[in-house]
Write a protein that binds this ligand. Structure first.
Ligand code: NCD
Ligand code: ZN
Length: 350
């Protein structure tokens, strides 16, 4: 029986570190990873080069609280209706990617883009500069059922963007449907991130036998057959599917109210959950490709030379993390997490 696994240090190609009082505790939870694409949906959003630089500096201050930690935030620019090609030129020096939130699609996306057609000159400039476009792929048309918003987005919004700006490198973020997996497989210049939680829960884990607010995220978890398509893509051999946790912490106060916030806090346990899943599928040998090398290759980055070792043992304790704003509950996949990253600052002795 395998009980240790050493792989190149993983990266997280979609992460929310937040800001303010919870930034330090949340950042510590991601220190298993060498780099992460940092989401810009703060309040207010990170919309220009100066804001990106300032946010990056706050993250590096948080990283420096853990002795010996080395973590590189790969910054992103939040696109709005007011973003211009000149905004892209100024941000290109400090940003790896820009993020497209259709306005009102998810948490803190009110300043996102209303008129995606009008963004074409911005997307063309990104293509010229080789800047990646990260997309939250859900329509915001409330006449579309919440379980269909990703699938409708593919034909209604994503296909036209691709044909208008064919040279643009696009990452469809946190894919949640069989339809999205099929779309990405057919599309050149595209990749997709897959979260740990979309690989291990479906809508039954959200809604059957009682509502579980900590399993509520956007895109909402779908049917079992959608989850199975995601598992096949993550554990399969297509290089365009790689790991992005979409770890999105909210305090329990915000998750458990009568209008609970969307987002699962997975980063500290993500590698353990992935190891459990890949082992069960007989695909542990592919975990390094999914978590450590495919994303770097798509983004044109060198893979890390250093490694992490995952070890199997007693289950990780899932008590909430304490922050100055109150506790934040860790995602519970519904099975004991027996794999852990050795000496992980993120697990902090759990
Ligand atoms: C994210 C958040 O809370 O910022 N929430 C989520 O459910 N994933 C936003 C997002 O990525 O959609
Ligand atoms: Zn996200």
């Amino acid at each position: 029986m395998t009980d240790t696994l050493t792989i190149r240090r993983p990266d997280d190609y979609h992460l929310h570190l937040r800001d303010g009082a919870i930034l330090a505790a949340v950042t510590k939870g991601s220190l298993d990873f060498g780099r992460a694409i940092i989401m810009p949906n703060l309040v207010p959003p990170v919309v220009d080069a100066a804001m990106v630089r300032a946010y990056r500096a706050r993250i590096m201050d948080a990283v420096s609280l853990t002795p010996g930690a080395s973590f590189e935030p790969l910054m992103t620019l939040y696109l709005t209706d007011d973003t211009t090609p000149a905004t892209i030129d100024a941000a290109a020096e400090v940003c790896t990617a820009a993020k497209l939130y259709p306005a009102h699609a998810t948490t803190n996306s009110a300043s996102g883009v209303n008129d995606i057609d009008a963004l074409t000159p911005v997307l063309e400039r990104m293509a010229e500069r080789g800047m990646v476009l990260c997309i939250h792929g859900e329509v915001t048309d409330h006449s579309v059922d919440i379980f269909d918003r990703e699938a409708v987005f593919l034909e209604r919004v994503l296909a036209p963007i691709r044909s208008r700006v064919p040279g643009l490198k696009i990452v469809l973020e946190h894919v949640s449907t069989r339809a999205a997996v099929a779309f990405v497989k057919e599309a050149p210049n595209m990749a997709a991130t897959i979260t740990a939680h979309h690989l291990v829960i479906d809508r039954n884990d959200l809604l059957a036998g009682g509502i579980r607010p900590h399993n509520y995220c956007l895109p909402i978890v779908k049917r079992r057959e959608d989850r199975e398509a995601l598992v096949a893509a993550a554990t399969g051999d297509d290089d365009r599917f790689f790991f992005g946790s979409d770890s999105a912490p909210h305090t329990d106060m915000k998750k458990l109210g009568c209008c609970g916030a969307a987002g699962c806090f997975t980063a500290p346990v993500a590698m353990g959950i992935l190891a459990h899943l890949f082992e069960n599928k007989g695909r542990l040998g592919t975990l390094e490709a999914f978590a450590s090398t495919r994303g770097a290759a798509f983004y044109g980055l060198a893979p890390h030379d250093d490694t992490i070792t995952l070890v199997k043992g007693d289950p990780v304790a899932l008590e909430p993390i304490a922050t100055p704003d109150g506790p934040i509950t860790l995602f519970n996949p519904g099975f004991p997490i027996t794999w852990r990253v050795e000496n992980s600052p993120a697990l902090d002795g759990r």
